[in-house]
Ligand binder design. Sequence first.
Ligand SMILES: *Cc1c(COP(=O)(O)O)cnc(C)c1O
Length: 368
Amino acid sequence: MSVPLIDISRQHSALSEQLRNVFATHLGSGAFILGPAVATFEQQLASHCHSHFALGVSSGTDALVLALMALEISPGDEVITSPFTFFASAGSIARLGAKPVFVDIDPVTFNLDPRKIEAAITGKTKAIMPVHLFGQCADMTAIMAIARKHKLKVIEDAAQAIGARDHDRPAGSIGDVGCLSFYPTKNLSALGDAGACTTNDEALHKRMAMLRVHGESKRYYHDFVGGNFRLDALQAAFLSVKLPRLDSYATHRRVHACRYHELLAKLPITLPQAAEGQHHVFNQYTVRIPGGRRDALREHLTQRSIGHQVYYPVPLHLQKCFAYLGHSVGSFPQTELACNEVLSLPIFPEMTTAEQDEVVTALRAFWS
Ligand SMILES: *Cc1c(COP(=O)(O)O)cnc(C)c1O
């Protein structure tokens, strides 16, 4: 039996009638961009994330760019982030002309290591962008303490972590702004690109709302230079169908993770762990294969049609576009080791027990 890394069509066939109704309504209404469907979703999302405000935007990447713009991150400023993340985290910083300053990760959680942050702070540092990788929050207690001490803004890249909690605080509600992605592989997914910015700061929310529509204060009056970061009404309405089911999706992911944990316990691999006080929602189930055998295992899984992926094979400090930052192999050893050892296994709410058993059998066969 082949097992997909993710199969979003199962979620959609279970919701087929509701999603078709949404489409039919919007086709008839002719209201396609922002409007009441977006406003409704924003309210639902804010309440789900325990944030005062939520703003629907065009993608997770645009959420990051918009947050940085609203916080007035400018050329010459430095923003601390992780080199072990999807490109958009550092890419958005660089797009504003600011400098991404990388800090190595904690090898257990794959998140920014707070013990290494202070050494990277300079007179130009304006903000910290922790990334809640794979569905687990970075150590926000430590990060917020450092940010307060040095008067830095905090932008949470919570693209992979909606529903995760750090000591009962929802991902995205802890820093100045939380940035979410609803890309189809994320825990809450649209039927295309979509994202959101959450915040408790009303002035910041208003500024982001203006920047989302080219900095307009009213139609055709522009107070700032913003962009087109608008969310489609159709995507918002699709998201409103799924949001009430998000907690149940997360429960299924956590049950699968628990089962992997039991069934894979005897293999010579490192299994993902939730740190103390962390509620992990397993956007990915990412194991480490030490001893240089990761790529051989990938080959073995490919032969057996078991979906898998390496998130991420190349650390951001070694990407061609960031060569100007002057890093080399050895700059961030924990990140580089993770890139060589990680492997993400199938985990999605609708995955069956039989499929999970197939993954486990294939893994066991590799070491037998
Ligand atoms: C997916 C993702 C993004 C970008 O989101 P898009 O909606 O694809 O633009 C940013 N950061 C991280 C960590 C992500 O996983």
